[in-house]
Design a protein around this ligand. Structure first.
Ligand SMILES: NC(=O)C1=CN([C@@H]2O[C@H](COP(=O)(O)OP(=O)(O)OC[C@H]3O[C@@H](n4cnc5c(N)ncnc54)[C@H](OP(=O)(O)O)[C@@H]3O)[C@@H](O)[C@H]2O)C=CC1
Ligand SMILES: CC(C)(CO)C(=O)C(=O)O
Length: 342
């Protein structure tokens, strides 16, 4: 029987993957919380604009409130909501997941265990996603990195559905390169290191990623943030593993890991003018994934009796921005320095 697939959270990345699966003839349904986006996809279709090509598809769509009308169960749910929405989104879809179905957290942040707490480790698959994309208008995604420049990792937790990774990899391969990994938590932590380096740091200046990196003093703050995350990962016994298609030999020098990740991300995935998913949230007046990214490093450091002053400063600044006390701007470089104590 043809597997029934859902993309739960069809924002920038969910829509891109959903469009690729629709074009490939997969039985896929896009479930989405932004009413105007669902209505636009139903009325005129979904457009994915990439640097070298444009896709236009008519996907099957569901408003979140229509999930309750579903009769058949899904075999695989690709969860592409923001990390902070993982628990309730998994609870929402759980009654509509087949007994041997899988929920795959195709997100930033350490969401795999959260998903497993809801549907069980045996129905959970972890994933790392590297697609750079933006969605500002309903029905239209600007995908900066097409399938040839997108990368995923897929892996099961211990006690999870080991051996079924290929079912998920086969789907994601329509959207980019896929590696099956044996230590998904360590692989996701490596992505967290990259995210700590780039996401909230550059967004807090209100600039596209490339411009923010060029601001004097920023590269140092970014690398220090990533290094703290890497150090906390080491204290958690996470090995250094290659992501973004790198090889183990590329990360042999432990003092250069964060810089290599940063340079690889900027070289292979980020286009001029591209803003982070965090700045996209802020520009829509939504809160960001800061607590799932830098906040996770601070929390894990505290649990281990360590400190993470740079990530603490970044969390504090992001919370001030989200409370409306600070605007993302160049002045934030100084604010960050003061919080760090430089
Ligand atoms: N975007 C990127 O470049 C990258 C993102 N990621 C990660 O992928 C995951 C998904 O991110 P991404 O696709 O960017 O997230 P989006 O914010 O685009 O989408 C996530 C969910 O939020 C909803 N949403 C977004 N804006 C609004 C709005 N104005 N009102 C109501 N709902 C809204 C989305 O629907 P809709 O947007 O339709 O409203 C979707 O359901 C995250 O974990 C992210 O960190 C990883 C690599 C790169
Ligand atoms: C592409 C980028 C930097 C932009 O949001 C990102 O979100 C990621 O690498 O996870």
């Amino acid at each position: 029987m043809t597997p029934r697939i859902a993309v739960l959270g069809s924002g920038a990345n969910g829509s891109s993957i959903g469009a690729d699966l629709t074009l490939a003839g997969v039985d896929v349904t896009l479930v989405e919380q932004w009413p105007a986006h669902v209505e636009a996809m139903r009325a005129t279709g979904l457009t994915i604009r990439m640097p070298d090509e444009q896709l236009h598809v008519r996907p099957r769509t569901l408003h979140l409130c229509e999930v309750a009308t579903l009769r058949e169960k899904f075999d695989i749910v690709l969860l592409l909501m923001k990390a902070y929405d993982s628990r309730w989104a998994t609870q929402l879809i759980a009654p509509h997941l087949a007994d041997d179905g899988l929920v795959v957290g195709v997100q930033n942040g350490m969401t795999t265990k959260t998903i497993a707490e809801v549907v069980g480790a045996h129905r959970t698959m972890g994933a790392v996603i590297e697609i750079s994309s933006t969605m500002n208008d309903p029905g239209l995604v600007l995908r900066h990195s097409g399938p040839a420049r997108s990368w995923f990792a897929v892996g099961a937790l211990e006690g999870g559905p080991v051996g079924r990774e290929e079912e998920v990899a086969a789907l994601l391969r329509h959207s980019g390169g896929v590696e099956i990994v044996h230590d998904i938590l360590a692989t996701k932590w490596m992505k967290l290191v990259s995210n700590c380096t780039t996401l909230v740091t550059t967004a807090s200046l209100g600039l596209p990623m490339l411009d923010a990196l060029a601001v004097p003093g920023m590269r140092t703050i970014m690398l220090r943030s990533g290094q703290e995350a890497l150090d906390v990962g080491a204290a958690l016994d996470h090995p250094i593993l290659p992501i973004f298609g790198l090889q183990p030999a590329d990360l042999e020098r432990s003092d250069e890991v964060v810089e290599t990740l940063l340079d690889t991300l900027y070289r292979d995935f980020v286009l001029p003018g591209a803003t982070t998913t965090v700045l996209q949230d802020w520009s829509k007046s939504r809160h960001s994934e800061v607590d799932d990214i830098n906040g996770t490093v601070v929390a894990e450091a505290a649990r281990l009796g360590l400190s993470a002053p740079v990530n603490s400063a970044i969390v504090e600044v992001a919370h001030r921005i989200e409370r409306g006390e600070l605007r993302p701007s160049l002045e934030v470089v100084e604010v960050l320095r003061r919080h760090i104590g430089d």
